[in-house]
Design a binder for this molecule. Structure first.
Ligand code: AMP
Length: 287
């Protein structure tokens, strides 16, 4: 165990993780897991605070998961700051940090993948082939390694949250999956480690994603044509400088299939993804 630097105790192996969690569990403590890729910001810290309310012990994981990055994506340059992350976690009262190396999570002979067809194939699954298989595989591993009572994920990555709910139910993993609200800048931009890629001009344009999705949600609730709203959203984003709009769409909040409309009684969710400079931003709001 590494305790030299400030912050929660740090473990790097699954064996050490389990050795630290076992006595807590034996003493009747409840355990919350907060999986992250690091470069922590207020959004991540809000999950830690929520985890502290939901359980008596909080374990944060920090692993930049290579299997969820495509070959042309930003794995190599994804922001990394383990010491800074650990200091922030200390301030929030997290109890344990699990920051495994690549070989611990994916030893050379590791071949198994977890795939969630259907809900994992659309939207992000379509524009980032292999992404959800990478996410599902690493989250399944983390859940089985730590066996927490509850695991906290952000609604910021809304489809990811629903994919994780699906896999936990399908694989009978005895964990409660908790979804936490998105933390935003005062101008509406959702906090994201990737916002660091934005130039000042792009940063000024970025809140248009949230604003556009919010307007689409209102107009969808008023019964406007959904295909027309998607075209309108695309046009808005292109107009402020987004280079590619992967999607702006209204979906069923649970299945992520096309939203059948208010009369169905089903909750809807507006989701969007678009490129702005070097960054690809995603966001979502309820209808
Ligand atoms: P990441 O490190 O980007 O993989 O995110 C780790 C967790 O933090 C995921 O459950 C995300 O959904 C969540 N998260 C990221 N950004 C935010 C945000 N702005 N508000 C709330 N949760 C967030």
């Amino acid at each position: 165990m590494d305790t030299a630097a400030a912050g929660p105790d740090l473990v790097r192996t699954v064996a050490d993780l389990r050795a630290r969690l076992a006595p807590w569990r034996a003493a009747g403590e409840t355990i919350a897991l907060v999986p992250t890729m690091g470069a922590l910001h207020e959004g991540h810290l809000s999950l830690v605070r929520r985890a502290r309310e939901l359980a008596s012990r909080v374990c944060v994981t920090l692993f930049v998961n290579p299997t969820q990055f495509g070959p042309s994506e930003d794995f190599g340059v994804y922001p990394r700051d383990e010491d800074g992350d650990r200091a922030q976690l200390a301030a929030e009262g997290a109890h344990l940090l699990f920051a495994p190396g690549l070989d611990e999570m994916y030893p050379e002979d590791h071949v198994t993948r977890v795939t969630v067809p259907g809900i994992g194939d659309v939207l992000e699954g379509e524009f980032r082939p292999g992404f959800f298989t990478g996410v599902a595989t690493i989250v399944t591993k983390l859940l089985l390694q730590a066996l927490p009572d509850v695991a906290v994920f952000g609604e910021k990555d809304y489809q990811q949250l629903q994919v994780i709910r699906r896999l936990a139910a399908d694989l009978d993993i005895p964990v409660r999956i908790d979804g936490a609200p998105t933390v935003r800048e005062p101008d509406g931009l959702a906090l994201s480690s990737r916002n660091a890629y934005l130039t000042p001009e792009e940063r000024a344009a970025a809140p248009a994603l949230f604003n556009t999705l919010t307007t689409v949600a209102k107009r969808a609730a008023d019964g406007e044509n959904l295909a027309g709203l998607a075209v309108w959203g695309n046009f808005q984003l292109k107009g402020v400088g987004f280079s590619e709009v992967d999607y702006v769409t209204v979906r069923d909040a649970e299945t992520l299939e096309p939203w059948p409309g208010h009369a169905s009684g089903r909750p809807g969710r507006v989701l969007g993804a678009a490129k702005l400079g070097r960054a690809r931003l995603i966001d979502n709001v309820p209808v």
